[in-house]
Design a protein around this ligand. Structure first.
Ligand SMILES: Nc1ncnc2c1ncn2[C@@H]1O[C@H](COP(=O)(O)OP(=O)(O)O)[C@@H](O)[C@H]1O
Ligand SMILES: [Mg+2]
Length: 646
């Protein structure tokens, strides 16, 4: 059935246009579901092996045809296995066969695999009559060994279904003109405004002023924390605004019931209340704050803000910014971020035919680099924020400061947004006794903190390189500027900001980093869409999602003057973990986009339990979740217990 279907729709556009949404979403998914259990048909290549995509394919087992019941034998007598083997090996050794195979899309690697599969098939099963007769003829000198080629090719195409549709696959993964993927956005003439400037220059503030007065708006930020801050600000200023992040959804009406601005810490009681509200009965507000990955491209807005636009070049998440810039349906799009991204965004706007206006901003407050390093935690003063790039440092530094009698606020990436916000509020509150903060670079992006002095505990940070491996490296100019820029807050007790390092040997490096302009962002990230993966799955029904992604990345064409393919290792890791759970492809894709820390077995196990629960079509309730994670958890005694708790 599906094979016939392939033949009818040979061109991707036709396939995309003709296959109704019902077919795309249901038939293809059902098929995925059914075939999902067949197993993997790919070989994991090493991360560095970017060479031959053929290495990704291993042959699908070819089943014998039950109709091939020795009819050939009745005509020409039984074939001796030895003779058969001799003929087949002779066939494979001929250089002409290599040329013919290559003309038909089989390079040496595929030819070898296909031949092994063909030989095994011929030796282990009854041959189809036509092949039986051809081999007999060759044995008797009445035929030529080259005559085997059509039979071999027939087998190779069954073993490697992609050979039949390689052109289609390449067409699906032709990513050279991503602007054309978003037809609705292309039919609008959007106004693009780039608010460029250093940290704390009022970029987000100015974009927000426009957002608040618009009839409708969407804010897209890099962190749940920032989206939550905008949700609070907007509702506080009387513009009802919903919150949508990968973790939670809050309606504007929840704001008055639950989130008084002063009480932003998540309490279990509050969570229960929020769960009691019937989401289905609520009308979405005309304003929404979301994390950039969650941005809906199906709604139209008067104003959209895409914050921290320089993250379009992030190796892992850049695709979400590219998607938002190209696909958002908004009359005005406000981009906030570093000037280093202006040229790239301008070139992207050239591909959409839209004009861009640049508004530049200067820091509202002064920032001074101190002449000496902190040297010792004894020198910590009120308004100091010590920035560490490693969680163990966070624990040891905050404990050491507490032992010196200071109350400490702590912010790091994996804390829940409500807790982060509560810690930020405690630190920002002029009446609070908490005057020192210890944080990771999670504070580098957007969040407003009343910091007097930023102290870099170290300048070395783990980074993910192009191959998806972690390396330790000195922080980038952009990171140094972002983090240092947090010192000094307009309108607070600490208007002038100071910055220094903990170790004196780091101070010169910090000064050099801060004296430079941020590196220009040269390329924007791309990622295959769910639709593209569905089309791939349609052509390669035996392939796992991880394998589809691998093949996609190898076959895709990207215009590297503007774009790059984002790292897909995290996606593939999750895809492999949940491959055995029966799911429609689209749901599988969405699950694999979840930002799961694959280093934490507890997190992975809970994720898998959730996926299974979804697959059984059973609700993921609070009680279910408590059972799944053995809630309430005992108080942590060691650092590992604490990590487990998070
Ligand atoms: N014109 C302004 N009037 C009042 N407050 C401002 C103004 N511009 C900026 N701010 C405040 O200064 C701080 C930094 O502004 P923000 O827009 O977050 O900077 P950026 O986005 O450039 O890092 C915020 O607390 C913001 O509310
Ligand atoms: Mg900002």
């Amino acid at each position: 059935m599906f094979k016939g279907f392939t033949r009818v729709f040979t061109h991707t556009e036709r396939l995309q246009n003709c296959v109704s949404p019902f077919l795309r979403n249901n038939v293809l998914c059902a098929r995925e579901n059914k075939m999902g259990s067949i197993g993997y048909i790919f070989m994991r290549t090493k991360k560095h092996d970017r060479g031959n995509p053929s290495a990704l394919f291993i042959p699908v087992p070819v089943k014998p045809n039950p109709d091939d019941i020795n009819i050939g034998e009745e005509f020409t007598g039984r074939l001796k296995k030895q003779d058969l083997l001799k003929i087949l090996n002779k066939f494979y050794q001929k250089p002409e066969i290599r040329v013919l195979a290559s003309d038909n899309g089989l390079d040496d690697q595929l030819l070898h695999q296909a031949f092994l599969s063909f030989r095994r098939h011929c030796l282990e099963h009854d041959l189809p009559p036509d092949l039986h007769i051809t081999i007999s003829d060759i044995l008797q000198g009445a035929g030529h060994v080259d005559d085997l080629f059509p039979y071999f090719l027939r087998h190779a195409r069954l073993a490697f279904p992609h050979l039949d549709c390689l052109d289609d696959l390449k067409k699906i993964s032709d990513l050279r003109t991503p602007a054309n993927w978003y037809t609705q956005a292309r039919s609008m003439n959007r106004k693009i405004i780039f608010h460029a400037g250093p940290t704390n220059s009022g970029k987000t503030y100015h974009a927000m002023e426009r957002f608040l007065t618009a009839k409708s708006g969407v804010y897209c930020g890099p962190l749940k924390l920032l989206a939550t801050e905008i949700y609070h600000k907007s509702n506080k200023r009387g513009t009802p605004c919903d919150l949508i992040t990968g973790e939670e959804r809050r309606h504007a009406s929840h704001y008055n019931i639950i989130d008084t601005p002063e009480d932003s810490e998540d309490s279990p009681e509050k969570e229960t209340k929020s769960l009691l509200l019937d989401e289905a009965e609520l009308t979405p507000s005309s304003h929404v704050a979301c994390t950039v990955e969650m941005t809906s491209l199906n709604h139209s807005y008067e104003v959209a803000i895409i914050d921290e636009i320089q993250m379009i070049g992030d190796r892992g998440r850049g695709w979400a910014w590219t998607r938002a810039i190209l696909g958002l349906q908004a009359e005005e799009i406000h981009l906030c971020g570093e000037a280093g991204a202006i040229n790239l965004v301008e070139e992207i706007c050239n591909t959409t035919g839209e004009e861009m206006e640049v508004r530049t901003y200067k820091r509202l407050t002064q920032l001074k680099v101190e002449d000496s390093a902190l040297g010792s935690l004894d020198n910590v003063k009120p308004g100091d924020c010590i920035v560490c790039f490693n969680k163990n440092d966070i624990y040891s530094v905050s404990r050491a400061i507490e032992q010196r009698g200071h109350e400490v606020a702590v912010i790091y990436g994996s804390l829940p947004p409500g807790t982060k916000l509560a810690q930020a509020n405690k630190f920002n509150d002029p009446d609070s006794s908490c005057k020192v903060m210890v944080a990771t670079d999670a504070i580098g992006l957007g969040i407003n903190l009343s910091i007097r002095r930023v102290i870099f505990y170290s300048l070395i940070k783990p980074i993910v390189n192009e191959d998806g491996d972690k390396e330790m490296d000195v922080i980038s100019i952009s990171q140094a500027l972002q983090i240092a820029g947090r010192a000094g807050r307009y309108g607070s007790a600490w208007e002038t900001g100071y910055v220094t390092t903990f170790k004196s040997e780091d101070l010169a490096t910090l000064k050099t980093l801060l004296s430079k302009s941020p590196e220009p962002v040269l390329q924007a990230g791309l990622h295959p869409t769910a639709e593209q993966m569905e089309l791939y799955a349609y052509h390669l029904p035996h392939a796992s999602l991880s394998s589809l992604m691998d093949i996609f990345v190898h076959l895709c064409t990207v215009d590297d003057s503007l774009y790059f393919m984002c790292n897909t290792e995290a996606f593939k890791f999750l895809a492999e973990m949940i491959q055995h759970v029966p799911l429609p492809l689209r749901a599988r894709y969405v699950f694999c986009c979840a930002p799961i820390n694959n280093k934490l077995p507890f997190v992975c196990a809970t994720f898998l339990k959730m996926v299974r629960q979804y697959s059984r079509n059973e609700p993921i309730t609070r009680n279910w979740m408590c059972n799944a994670v053995d809630w309430p958890l005992p108080a942590p005694k060691t650092i590992m217990d604490l990590v487990h708790l998070e």
